[in-house]
Design a protein around this ligand. Sequence first.
Ligand code: AHR
Length: 330
Amino acid sequence: MLKKTLIAVSAIPLTTLALTSCGSDSAAGGTDDDGTITMGFAQVGAESGWRTANTKSIQETAEAEGIDLKFSDAQQKQENQIKAIRSYIQQKVDIIAFSPVVETGWDTVLLEAKRAGIPVILTDRAVDSEDTSLYETFLGSDFVLEGEKAGEWLVENAAEADVDGDGDVNVVELQGTTGAAPAIDRKTGFESAIAADDSISIGASQTGDFTRDGGKKVMEAFLKSEDGIDVVFAHNDDMGLGAIEAIEAAGLTPGKDVKIITIDAVKDGMAALAEGKISFIVECNPLLGPQLMDLAKKVLAGEEVPERVVTEETTFTQEQAKEVLPERQY
Ligand code: AHR
């Protein structure tokens, strides 16, 4: 039964680019006597449509594969995630997986897991730690590349994006959670791509914490403080959707008076793209459950796993969104 499941999972054409491999010598965890794997998963929260889809993918895959999943929602607080991980260590789960809310500050708790012989898998977001032996593998997107794709689209469409026709493309940026890998990396990637065109600059940049409400509030403030906003670059769809509410409330037309670029491609974002309110979306795939469970089984079986597994992703224009929206799963 385990063999059959592994074959089915590896057939999923989602991802995977192995850069380097590492062994699993800290994988002293094993399965229960009856072979059941117990996984403790410390989720970031429920801040966005992406996160909801990610949680569903993890929970449904665990159930389908008979993995006993202990799940916690940290409400975007690092201290809650650390508490959850410590509780999983105390409960002697077989394996821990988590999506770190911010990049730094994990070494102590990861060392506790290592000393307890419980392997850890990072999903979605990375940690900034020099000691890579503290985790087995990192499964998730290349966030720098996502930011670059957003910036490259803007460079290619700079003339159209200069909505007030003053020769400059004034961008306001809605950043994700301060200190989170996707916020840091998407900003880096976007800035490096727009450096190719001197007419494009970021006039204001603030965190909206990856939430719709956060994006709306920051955009309301930008509309009051910034003159001549041409483009919003939102680090996720939810903040872009919040920005749409603020732009419409200010009597402007999103997509015409202000162009919006977002990342994720969840259903609500894709609907706004198809309607012309968003101009371009870079995909970030939340359906990590099958690959996560596959990696967990391999680690616990003592098999080699790639040190890094990168999720394959695409981009969507308005026309492409119209085509794929009816079949969009999340
Ligand atoms: O870490 C992935 C990011 O976190 C998604 O882009 C965002 O929507 C989520 O909250």
